[in-house]
Design a protein around this ligand. Structure first.
Ligand SMILES: *Cc1c(COP(=O)(O)O)cnc(C)c1O
Ligand SMILES: *[C@@H]1O[C@H](CO)[C@@H](O)[C@H](O)[C@H]1NC(C)=O
Length: 506
């Protein structure tokens, strides 16, 4: 029950002739604020954020950063000036992923058209679930997915944009299971025998996360051997399938990877598709990283056989630079599997007696309710670049990779882990004190300490960011990713010189 004094307070609030503070209902002030914020974004995040003469990151220890940002939320609102200062600080202390020295992730760079798409998406603040509230984006998403499917080699099918490749992979697992055992939608795990899915040891970690999340359990993930280049070995897949069957499990899915996370390897899809066909297994291709190679007529042979997959996960936010997040799940299915598997026909949202074609309401394809618009950034960028412009980006990344590889081979102190197949270049920086000492017993152990030290130095200096990792028995090495379309040879030269200078005393 509400008491008298809250009722009085409500009355006073409603009766006030002035709008609430903090701009609610004052169009002039809203506009002025946003113009100022856009000005700051253009200066700080875009001009400085992509300039090689500025730092890529501004490292602070967490406690100091907390102080600097003054994070605590107060009961009193602040002035516009203070708010603008806060916007500047947020950008200043954030990592500039569009910077030409940001090589840390499988994405880098700042495409202005994709950014324009993201700004429009944010401003319209709509949800993708019904044609009613997202007419433009429902039609646009369908068109973009159709284009991506055509590149896979399908002239029909289905699909949906997901919040990232990990979720796209989980959807594929759920769809494969549902197709085989439709009963499990209602009866859950009780409807299922013990299941087995197969992926290589080089796969993305989202496969085992997905198995846990979907109730399959991580034990149901059978790890197939990869060759020395990181590609799944089809003969071992055969062997693992027989083993799983002998142990009483029912194989249902193979998840191949096109563009593995560390080595950038492409699994042999045609050979894997043969195995899947023989055993009637769902073939999923995790092409979150490598899918964009389909745009290149020169390099798309790396994904030969992908048209034989049942589902494909592809992140245009990685190599194509569409901006986080943009991840498509593509399906060969034409039987409405997505909606049958995930739908629940909420009658308040998806009324069947609407005045338009209710097939356009895509909300029941997914397990989310509200869903962000992820198609516009890719669509606008594609309109501006054309398929040809995007193809050039991919080809250029491959060409720069060649340049980096040749430089690594030519310079003292650098050693390739292996010839790259894609645009991940894995290499060691061998500091002066370790050169020529490969035979000494603690070489590997000492080498593994180099990358973490150099990483700390580069981040604290703000000069660049590159990822490193161990891999199998290999000591920590750097993984350079050439994803930023604005990179030139000089940026590569900088990277190598900077490593030399950061590591000369080691
Ligand atoms: C990046 C990546 C993923 C995960 O994608 P998110 O969008 O980060 O969830 C899955 N698989 C591969 C091969 C990837 O490279
Ligand atoms: C966006 O929509 C949500 C409701 O989904 C609403 O609460 C919010 O105020 C809107 N924000 C903007 C910036 O329009």
């Amino acid at each position: 029950m509400r008491n008298g004094s809250t009722l009085l307070a409500d009355f006073i609030l409603m009766a006030a002739s002035k709008p609430l503070a903090a701009l609610d209902g004052d169009p002039m002030a809203v506009e002025a604020l946003l113009r100022d914020v856009f000005g700051i974004v253009i200066d700080e995040a875009i001009r400085k954020g992509t300039s090689a003469s500025e730092k890529v990151c501004e490292w602070k220890e967490p406690e100091e950063l907390k102080q600097l940002l003054d994070l605590e939320l107060q009961s009193q609102g602040e002035s516009q000036e203070q708010i603008l200062e806060r916007c500047r600080a947020v950008i200043h202390y954030s990592v500039k992923t569009g910077h030409p020295r940001f090589f840390n992730q499988l994405f880098s760079g700042l495409d202005p058209h994709a950014l324009a798409g993201r700004i429009i998406t944010e401003s319209l603040n709509t949800s993708q679930y019904t044609y009613e509230i997202a007419p433009v984006f429902v039609l646009m998403e369908e068109e973009v997915l159709k284009k991506l499917r055509a590149l896979v080699g399908w002239n029909a099918g289905d699909g949906v944009f997901c919040p990232g490749g990990s979720i796209s992979n989980m959807y594929a697992m759920n769809l494969a299971r549902y197709q085989r055992y439709p009963d499990c939608k209602q009866r859950g795990l009780r409807a299922l025998p013990p299941l087995a899915l197969f992926t290589s040891k080089e796969c993305h970690y989202s496969i085992s996360k997905g198995a846990a999340f979907l109730g399959l359990g991580t034990d149901s993930v059978r790890v197939v051997k990869a060759d020395e280049r990181g590609k799944m070995i089809p003969e071992d897949l055969e062997r693992q399938i027989s083993l799983a069957e002998a142990e009483g499990s029912v194989p249902f899915l193979v998840s191949a990877t096109s563009g593995t996370t560390v080595l950038g390897a492409f699994d042999p899809l045609d050979a894997l598709a043969d195995v899947c066909q023989r055993h009637r297994l769902w073939l999923h291709v995790d092409a979150a990283w490598g899918g964009s190679v389909l745009l290149s007529r020169t390099h798309r042979h790396l994904l030969d056989g992908i048209q034989r997959a049942d589902s494909v996960a592809w992140n245009p936010h990685k190599l194509l630079g569409a901006g986080l997040q943009c991840s498509a799940l593509l399906l060969r299915d034409t039987s409405n599997l997505l909606k049958r598997c995930h739908g629940s026909q909420a009658s308040y949202l998806f009324q069947q007696d609407k005045f338009y074609d209710v097939a356009l309401d895509t909300g029941d394809k997914v397990v989310q309710c509200g869903r962000r618009v992820d198609c516009l950034k890719l669509w606008l960028m594609w309109k501006a670049q054309g398929g040809q412009g995007l193809e050039q980006r991919v080809d250029r990344a491959f060409a720069l990779t060649r340049y980096l590889v040749e430089e690594i081979k030519a310079r003292e102190g650098f050693e390739l882990v292996m010839e790259p197949e894609f645009v991940n270049v894995c290499f060691w920086f061998v500091p002066p004190s370790l050169r020529g000492k490969k035979e000494s017993p603690d070489y590997s152990q000492k080498l593994s300490q180099v990358a973490p030290v150099l990483k700390e130095r580069m981040v604290k200096k703000g000069s660049m960011m590159i990822g490193y990792q161990p891999h199998g028995t290999r000591a920590n090495f750097f993984r350079m990713v050439l994803a930023n379309p604005t990179l030139v040879k000089a940026d590569i030269d900088f990277l190598l010189c900077e490593l030399e200078s950061l590591g000369q005393d080691l």
